[in-house]
Design a protein around this ligand. Structure first.
Ligand code: F6R
Length: 594
């Protein structure tokens, strides 16, 4: 989704910093990019184009542009096609105001009509352009940038984060956020506004997370924050946060792609996930135990991690527990009340549907919101009563890998506390088991070579392993663009068998333990119809054409070990098919619009 990076400096040229920030935000997914720089003579230069950030630089030499204040943007098209005109920054009629925006201005049609009636001329099809014109109007009327941003913000409906640059204010940025992220970075000489701390982390690790519905005025020396009514918030409410993510973890090291690097980080990240403050885990467990019912909500891979948690909560803790996709949350509303604990799970903490689910639950007076999030300081963390962090460092690859396994382990840790069971064991031992699961890499590469031309892939499993089948299918779809489905093995006869043809690859997750024999029978049924079975199991079986050996473990750790080869399979299928695994098509890392 769209990424914003803006910088204002007392002495530095900011163009190279903006360019670097744009590159750091590439993982969010985008189709065009642009910058606006304010030079010393008070004119705003805009360079924008369709394509990658490196193409923007190659075509327009952005890094050489002069200016100590600027805004930049990666665009993910929502309103209006992918074109240069629709790329950001968007500029006001008089060229005095330039803005970048992330989100959707839901009432832009009405606003645009009203502005056109006043003589404003629009050049793009975007909803965002209305912001430039609204701010221009406000600035003409009020003569004050913050008042202009406030006026615009108060007219807009929807969700947004925007940053404006004013041609006659050389050392000033004004930003606003409403249900979309915007973070301040406080460098020594240069200050930043960005969608994500990663965008400025190379320059400073000091961040100030804005609250929702706030407007910010930023200069190289000062930071002022206002609510939407224009009341200035006390600086005491603005705590500076030291962002603990190591910059080193932002490089690809020796790996060809971030995705592969992040898959390989998992022996360490599962251990980091378990390094939680025991008191906080106890507090979270207490919240769960006290609740009359637990509702888990998430999207994508986080949803699969939530499914695993639900199984344990229901079967072991005997809790009334539902898992609801955040985008479908409305249907759960009748059952939410003060006796419910909402557990929201999200790598980014910025997924619009998850945040909306929290909002809806709050309106229904939910008893509490507990979240499991990777990005400290994200909107979800701020909207929760308590958060447990995943501690797995920045996940740059668009497909969730290490954040999924971290979620599973943090969930396990918490549920162990609820049930009094010690299922997680020694973190170092867990790290070693994940190392062993990674030994499947050469085989997964070979399987990818063999099957990369197949049009369909199926993944089946039972019980606590079924979410792993779903996750394996999701990874494969996302990275290889091959049709894939994760099915409960028990449902095989209700549709899936009809789809099996000679040579159809089917991944069968069949670890030792309950359900093994039934799952093997299902594999036999598949093989009898021509399927080629890839068994994810502790031991070979004659029905498996290929056995991907995973180490033995107790049931709660097993999903982590089972999913690692499936992540590798998806990765190698992508590279076999010449797809870019770090930037899969039509996918965004942070789904910040509904
Ligand atoms: C899957 C993937 C997405 C995310 C989903 C939720 O590989 O990356 O489907 O899982 O967008 O994102 P978070 O966890 O940030 O809320």
């Amino acid at each position: 989704m769209c990424g914003i990076i803006a910088a204002v400096s007392s002495e530095e040229e900011v163009a190279p910093l903006l360019l670097e920030g744009l590159k750091r935000e590439e993982y969010r997914g985008y189709d065009s990019a642009g910058v606006a720089l304010l030079d010393g003579r008070g004119s705003i230069a805009v360079k924008k184009d369709v394509g990658m950030v490196r193409e923007l630089e190659a075509r327009h030499g952005v890094s050489k542009l002069k200016g100590q204040a600027g805004i930049a943007h990666t665009r993910w098209a929502t309103h209006g096609g992918v074109s240069r005109e629709n790329a950001h920054p968007q500029v006001s009629c008089d060229g005095e105001v330039a803005i970048v925006h992330n989100g959707i201005v839901e009432n832009y049609v009405a606003l645009k009509k009203a502005l056109e009636a006043k003589g404003h001329v629009f050049v793009s099809e975007t909803d965002s352009e209305v912001i430039a014109h609204l701010v221009e109007e406000g600035y003409e009327k009020e003569g004050d940038p913050v008042a202009a941003a406030l006026a615009a913000a108060n007219l807009m409906r929807g969700q947004y984060a925007f940053v404006a640059l004013f041609s006659d204010r050389p050392r000033l940025l004004v930003g606003a956020r409403y249900d979309a992220p915007l973070v301040v970075g406080l460098g020594e000489r240069t200050r930043f506004l960005a969608s994500d701390v990663l965008a400025f982390l190379a320059e400073t690790d000091k961040a100030v997370f804005l609250d929702n519905k706030e407007v910010v005025e930023l200069t190289p020396e000062s930071l002022r924050v206002f609510n939407l009514k224009g009341r200035e918030m006390s600086p005491k409410t603005r705590k500076e946060t030291h962002v603990a993510w190591e910059l080193g973890s932002l490089s690809k090291a020796n790996y060809a792609h971030y995705t592969l690097k992040e898959i390989h980080e998992q022996p360490a990240t599962v251990q980091a996930a378990l390094a939680q403050d025991p008191e906080k885990v106890g507090e979270a467990a207490e919240r769960i135990t006290r609740a009359r019912s637990v509702v888990l909500t998430a999207a994508g891979s986080s949803y699969h991690a939530a499914l695993l948690m639900k199984l344990r909560l229901a079967l072991e803790a005997k809790m009334r527990c539902e898992v609801v996709l955040s985008g479908e949350f409305e249907r759960e509303l009748p059952f939410i009340d003060e006796g419910t604990l909402l557990v929201a799970m999200s790598q980014s903490g910025e997924t619009a549907d998850v945040l909306e689910a929290v909002k809806m639950a709050r309106r229904k007076k939910v008893g509490g919101v507990l979240s499991m999030v990777n990005a400290a300081g994200s909107s979800l963390v701020r909207q929760s009563d308590q958060s447990l962090l995943l501690n797995c460092g920045p996940e740059v690859g668009v497909a969730a890998t290490k954040s999924f396994t971290a979620q599973v382990m943090v969930g396990n840790l918490m549920i162990d506390r609820v049930t009094g069971r010690e299922s997680v064991g020694d973190p170092r031992r867990l790290g070693q088991l994940v190392e062993r699961a990674l030994e499947s890499e050469p085989l997964m590469r070979e399987l990818a070579r063999r099957y990369s031309g197949r049009p369909d892939f199926y993944f089946i499993a039972r019980g606590g392993h079924y979410p792993v089948a779903q996750e394996g299918a999701l990874k494969l779809k996302e990275l290889s663009y091959i049709h894939a489905e994760g099915m409960p093995a028990s449902e095989l006869k209700h549709g899936t068998l009809a789809l099996i043809e000679e040579g159809t690859p089917v991944v069968v997750v069949a670890p030792n333990g309950p359900g093994y024999d039934d799952t093997i029978s299902n594999a036999q049924e598949l093989a009898a119809r021509g399927a080629e079975i890839i068994g994810i199991a502790q031991k070979p079986h004659p029905v498996f054409k290929h056995t991907v050996a995973i180490p033995a473990s107790n049931g709660t750790v097993a999903p982590v070990l089972e999913v690692v080869p499936l992540q590798l399979l998806a990765y190698f299928m992508a590279t076999e098919r010449r797809n870019d695994p770090d930037h899969p098509r039509n996918l965004a890392k942070s789904v910040t619009v509904k």
